[in-house]
Write a protein that binds this ligand. Structure first.
Ligand SMILES: Cc1cc2nc3c(=O)[nH]c(=O)nc-3n(C[C@H](O)[C@H](O)[C@H](O)COP(=O)(O)OP(=O)(O)OC[C@H]3O[C@@H](n4cnc5c(N)ncnc54)[C@H](O)[C@@H]3O)c2cc1C
Length: 411
């Protein structure tokens, strides 16, 4: 890996293009989402903007170049995610479904499967969505646990040329699709006779077989369509199995590498917005004293520590996304650091920044608390830090020959 910390002219262009799109479309969307109390209607507000983003070619930015898309570098992905997530992280999560759901397709899909499952996301119109249906209502941290644990409960039973899938799934964005008939592609973690496996259901298989039990009302990321659903007798061709039966555990873990890395960048986006608000407050406000509060050393110290941590997480996340997209052998370790450290730092930094502003920050209409609501999601989504991500780190540590210097290339 060559190391450069300056953005190339193309990356500058990407940053400005993404920022223009966000300021023109996502800022207003975020305001509308905040004003809409119903979670289902709220999620639907994103659709016209989603269509615009597809027309502008941004969806292809989530599909790697070898598969027909435009995603070529981890730093590019970080730039796009940060610019958009600063205004509406929910929108990015909604659009980034292919990042996770198609990862196993890229890894083990046959050429025919790749062509069929990726095609909807190369379109330049419409609002195609993908869901990675891993989480289940009764818990997913132990999805790989053998009996007598329940592990993955959703089943795919062979029936002639088809799998018949039954079970309950939760949380993954766009499980019901825009209209309840499912996303364009749903990658389902399920139990087949050969073990935990991945089977892809397309919209034509899902329509009429998804029962929406509940739509979650999230405190932050409120525009995400996250629901609990029952899949009832979803009939999918046997040819939609990804890889071999029993390969589902490894494929699922790999699918969450890139998205885990991206969580650091989501945290940066929330921190940068919160910093901007707190900094401007500190420069402008005297709070009845003789000088702006930034002139008090205590206030400036909190801002200084916050800024250091934001920059540290930004660089860590660039590294992690670069490793994920270039399939670096230590991509998992980088993703875990960005996910765990980035998300925990996001919560800590924004909490500190609220202390800079003081009681004024504890008002929903003051534009700071909303970023804490966003940041609070990051330790628990994309595999919680406690139940999933640190355990993965433990597994790496326990692996034979683990070398603490190899991720950084300093062995
Ligand atoms: C906006 C949003 C988007 C999401 N997108 C997706 C998606 O696209 N796809 C998807 O499938 N899910 C998605 N999720 C769900 C998310 O990825 C969760 O992280 C995932 O469901 C796992 O939750 P969990 O780790 O809390 O597991 P759970 O099984 O619910 O565990 C709960 C807690 O129990 C403890 N625990 C359980 N087992 C262990 C253990 N063995 N060791 C130590 N502690 C343990 C931990 O404290 C853990 O946090 C999304 C959620 C949100 C809010």
């Amino acid at each position: 890996m060559s190391v450069s910390f300056s953005l190339s002219p193309e990356q500058e262009q990407l940053k400005h293009g993404a920022r223009r799109f966000a300021e023109a479309n996502l800022r207003g969307l975020a305001d509308a989402v905040r004003a809409e109390p119903d979670p289902l209607r709220r999620a639907g507000l994103a659709r016209p903007v989603f269509e615009k983003a597809v027309e502008a070619g941004f969806l292809k930015g989530f599909i790697p170049v070898p598969f027909g898309g435009a995603a070529s570098s981890g730093v590019d992905a970080a730039i796009l995610i940060e610019e958009w997530a600063a205004h509406s992280p929910d929108f990015v999560i909604s659009m980034a479904g292919p990042l996770i759901a198609l990862a196993p397709v890229y890894e083990v899909g046959t050429p025919e499967q790749i062509a069929r499952f990726v095609a909807p996301f190369l379109a330049d119109h419409g609002a195609p969505v993908a869901a990675m249906a891993y989480s289940e209502p009764g818990g997913s941290a132990n999805f790989d646990a053998p009996a007598p644990a329940e592990g993955t409960r959703t089943t795919a039973v062979p029936d002639g040329d088809h799998w018949v899938i039954n079970g309950r799934k939760a949380w993954a964005s766009h499980l019901p699709g825009w209209d309840g008939d499912g996303p364009d592609v749903m990658t389902i973690v399920c139990r087949t006779p050969g073990g935990v496996s991945l089977v892809v259901a397309e919209r034509e298989h899902l329509a009429g077989h998804i029962e929406v039990e509940h739509v979650y009302d999230l405190p932050g990321l409120a525009g995400c369509l996250t629901a609990r659903v029952t899949l009832r007798d979803v009939r999918v061709p046997r040819a939609n199995l990804l890889g071999a039966e029993g390969q589902g555990v490894a494929l699922t873990r790999n699918a969450f590498v890139g998205s885990g890395a991206s969580i650091g960048t989501f945290a940066v986006a929330a921190m940068r917005q919160a910093f901007d608000v707190a900094y401007r407050f500190a420069v402008a406000e005297k709070r009845g004293g003789a000088v702006p509060i930034i002139d008090h050393q205590a206030v400036s110290d909190v801002l200084a520590d916050a800024k250091s941590r934001i920059e540290a997480v930004r660089l860590l996340s660039w590294r992690a996304l670069d490793a994920a997209l270039s399939q670096h052998p230590s991509a998992l370790e980088w993703a875990l650091h960005a996910k765990v450290f980035g998300s925990a730092t996001g919560v800590a930094v924004i909490t500190d920044l609220m202390n800079v502003v003081g009681v004024t920050a504890y008002d929903r209409n003051f534009p700071l608390l909303r970023h804490l609501d966003e940041a609070l999601a990051y330790p628990v989504i994309e595999g919680s830090n406690v139940g999933v991500r640190r355990r993965q780190m433990q597994e790496l540590f326990r692996g034979e020959g683990y070398d603490p210097l190899s991720a950084s290339g300093m062995s």
